[in-house]
Design a protein around this ligand. Structure first.
Ligand SMILES: Cc1cc2nc3c(=O)[nH]c(=O)nc-3n(C[C@H](O)[C@H](O)[C@H](O)COP(=O)(O)OP(=O)(O)OC[C@H]3O[C@@H](n4cnc5c(N)ncnc54)[C@H](O)[C@@H]3O)c2cc1C
Length: 247
């Protein structure tokens, strides 16, 4: 289905950990979203920023793409950030503008090989979307590695395991360095490299990474050095995007 914009309604909300929220959203017109696992939507939070622009924020769909009319997103409250605070406080029944689905972090249609998915921090939402979409499509083997500081500020490990398809193997590398720590990229490359060597019986057919841009770009080079075919590592930077001046 083509991308578009429409109104969405918040149909359910529940708290997650300290300072995060799970929202179930539906299009007001009842239409399907037409997304593939790993994609995201952009929500116009309705907040006008100091420069006059509206705060439009991206959120990855963590629910399975087998269900297209009612979908879930999880939002971590980021300091005084306008978008994440509105969505953590908004009432059930409220309506907001939405556009999408967007994003190329997805397995090719009919993919049946072995895929590695690496998530840092909130990037676990996109990883869940990819894993659940792959399961719905009957994909073969999927290894998911999640680098996370602690599991009480966003979705928990239990939350992730309850939603992961049986054939996906999850490794949680908890106690990870905080966002912004200068050694984060190097530590991530070392940890993921070790885990890949333990898990894999040869290179993966595809690798997808989501989360901290400061980590996933160096990680792409590391995965290439470990044998990932050229062009096979896809990235979705949620924050610290090195390609943007202000991420
Ligand atoms: C493709 C994509 C998918 C995303 N999916 C999700 C999602 O599923 N769940 C979710 O909670 N957020 C997600 N985000 C981040 C989200 O779009 C917002 O950046 C976030 O909610 C903060 O917005 P804000 O307006 O509250 O704060 P802002 O004022 O916009 O942000 C404050 C600063 O915090 C940074 N930031 C954003 N997220 C984090 C984080 N986890 N840790 C540390 N710093 C961060 C921002 O880049 C910015 O520099 C995604 C971003 C992208 C690009």
């Amino acid at each position: 289905m083509a991308q578009g914009s429409a109104k969405i309604r918040i149909v359910h909300a529940e708290p997650l950990g300290h300072g995060a929220r799970l929202l179930r959203i539906e299009r007001v017109d009842g239409a399907a979203l037409g997304f593939a696992g790993g994609q995201y939507v952009i929500i116009n939070t309705g907040v006008t920023l100091p420069g006059g622009k509206l705060a439009k924020r991206a959120y990855s769909l963590l629910s399975s793409d087998a269900e297209q009319r009612s979908v879930e997103i999880a939002i971590k409250r980021i300091g005084a950030g306008p978008g994440s605070n509105v969505l953590n406080d908004i009432a059930v029944g409220a309506e907001l503008e939405w556009s999408g689905p967007w994003g190329k972090l997805r397995l090719p249609d009919g993919f049946s090989g072995r895929a590695l998915v690496v998530a840092t921090d909130t990037g676990i939402t996109a990883a869940l979307g990819v894993a659940r979409g792959a399961a719905a499509a009957g994909a073969a083997q999927l290894d998911l590695v999640w680098l996370v500081e602690s599991d009480d500020t966003f979705v928990s490990e239990r939350f992730v395991r309850e939603r992961l398809p049986e054939r996906a193997r999850l490794t949680v590398l908890g106690g990870f360095l905080p966002v912004g720590h200068p050694e984060r990229p190097a530590r991530a490359c070392a940890l993921v490299g070790d885990r890949v060597r333990e898990l894999a019986a040869g290179p993966y057919d595809a690798a997808l990474c989501a989360g901290d841009g400061a980590v996933i770009y160096p990680l792409r080079d590391r995965l290439a050095a470990l044998g990932a075919p050229e062009g096979s590592v896809l990235l979705e930077s949620f924050f610290n995007n090195p390609l943007k001046k202000s991420a």
